[in-house]
Design a protein around this ligand. Structure first.
Ligand code: NIG
Ligand code: FE
Length: 401
């Protein structure tokens, strides 16, 4: 059995609260990590490290769990660079461009879609993302949603059916019929390739009744719930997600006090090792506010209320064409009143909670050996040195990339 030792670590962020310094980050110094069979086998003082077949010298850099990007739309064709330029010249973002991408995606071959998914997946991995959730949502026919998820499932086990992204043009005057299609044949065809169901619950997309019906159909097929909520304005999405026990409500840009109270009071029983409960996470997507030049959500308000916050990229060709978790961390710290430690936790352990996973986003024996080595001595540098490629080395399933 081949083993690998990561040593000469400047600081080790474990995300095991109560271990070492840094509160929830559980920072250990002079530590080493032993990896065997794709898992963390041992963590302890470097001086006591067992012998291993191979060594990764962290060069005094910080070592962290790989980033968990719990919200991305990677299955699409074409881009919307001119729409972005128009926004930067003053046009508002309405989500109307989604239909442009739907047209391009339907016209693309499986091979073209696969090439884009793999390119973006590799781009994210190079930037330290070792788990990425991938949504459908640019096909919006039975066949195109199913193939989007089939292709997504080739690179990620975290796949999400978003057939209710918008009502496609051909159903514009028959939204009830489209909801029937989504709940029936589309979900039947797509569910075998999906772990989650998501709905864009927003004015101009799906209202609370339609969203509730679609999410319930997904749940009945065994899918977990997540919701695109409160992105463009206040609305029912967050409270609907809480009502249905969603793992995460995402965007959360426009929140009322009642939305925050609802999120703060979530506590569901589960088979988790850490006390048997989990919550609905608020996943914030600052790349979307950056790329749509919109006001950022106030993470401080959520954190101070006791809500669990995750950070993700929302990588998509319309509202946030970035695959960079370090960029999102920097934005969260600068624009959303998060501390660097909170942002790093949200981009790793927070993302894992948003996917209801306890084997990633954390470094402890038995966890997946997904870790990154920074070209910097501390996690603080991720926000302190924005735009600088600080990811020196990535291990995914224990394998150096
Ligand atoms: O999460 N808001 C809905 N969907 C995407 C944007 C999709 C697009 O503009 O193409 C989002 O921001
Ligand atoms: Fe999204």
């Amino acid at each position: 059995m081949s083993s690998l030792l990561v040593d000469n670590i400047g600081e080790l962020v474990t995300n095991v609260a109560g271990t070492g310094e840094g509160g929830p980050l559980g920072i250990r110094r002079r530590a080493a990590v032993l990896v065997e069979q794709g898992e963390v086998a041992w963590i302890g003082p470097a001086a006591d490290a067992p012998a291993a077949d191979r060594r990764v010298d962290a060069g005094g850099g910080a070592v962290l769990p790989g980033f968990v990007d719990s919200h991305a739309h990677l299955v699409f064709a074409g881009d919307r660079a001119t729409e972005f330029a128009a926004r930067m010249a003053g046009q508002p973002y309405t989500g109307g461009g989604i239909r442009t991408t739907v047209g391009a995606t339907r016209a693309a071959s499986d091979g073209e879609l696969r090439t884009t998914v793999r390119r973006l997946h590799a781009e994210a991995l190079r930037q330290g993302t070792t788990t990425i959730e991938i949504k459908s949502g640019y096909g919006l026919t039975v066949a195109d949603e199913a193939r989007s998820l089939r292709i997504a499932a080739e690179v990620s086990e975290e796949t999400t059916f978003l057939g209710a992204h918008v009502v496609p043009a051909e159903y514009a005057d028959r939204p009830d019929e489209y909801v029937g299609l989504v709940c029936g044949p589309m979900l039947t065809a797509a569910a075998p390739y999906a772990r989650w169901v998501d709905v864009f619950c927003e004015r101009g997309a799906f209202d609370a009744d339609h969203a509730r019906a679609i999410l319930a159909c997904g749940q009945a097929l065994g899918l977990g719930v997540r919701v695109h909520a409160n992105q463009l304005g206040p609305g029912p999405g967050v409270r609907l997600g809480v009502e249905l026990g969603a793992a995460s409500v995402d965007h959360c840009t426009h929140l009322t006090d009642a939305d925050i109270d609802a999120l703060a009071s979530t506590r569901f029983d589960c088979m988790c090792p850490d006390g048997g409960h989990t919550t609905t996470v608020a996943t914030l997507l600052p790349g979307a506010e950056f790329s749509t030049r919109s006001p950022y959500p106030d993470a401080r308000r959520l954190l101070d209320a006791g809500v669990t916050v995750a950070l993700a990229t929302d990588c998509n060709p319309g509202s946030s064409y970035t695959s960079s978790m370090p960029f999102c961390i920097a934005l969260a710290v600068r624009e959303m009143r998060m501390t660097p430690a909170e942002a790093v936790w949200a981009a790793t352990a927070g993302g894992a909670q948003a996917l209801r996973r306890d084997d990633i986003g954390v470094l402890r024996p038995g966890a997946r050996a997904d870790l990154i080595v920074l070209d910097a001595p501390s996690h603080l540098h991720l926000a302190y040195r924005p735009g600088v490629p600080l990811i020196r080395q990535v291990l995914h399933n224990g394998v150096p990339q």
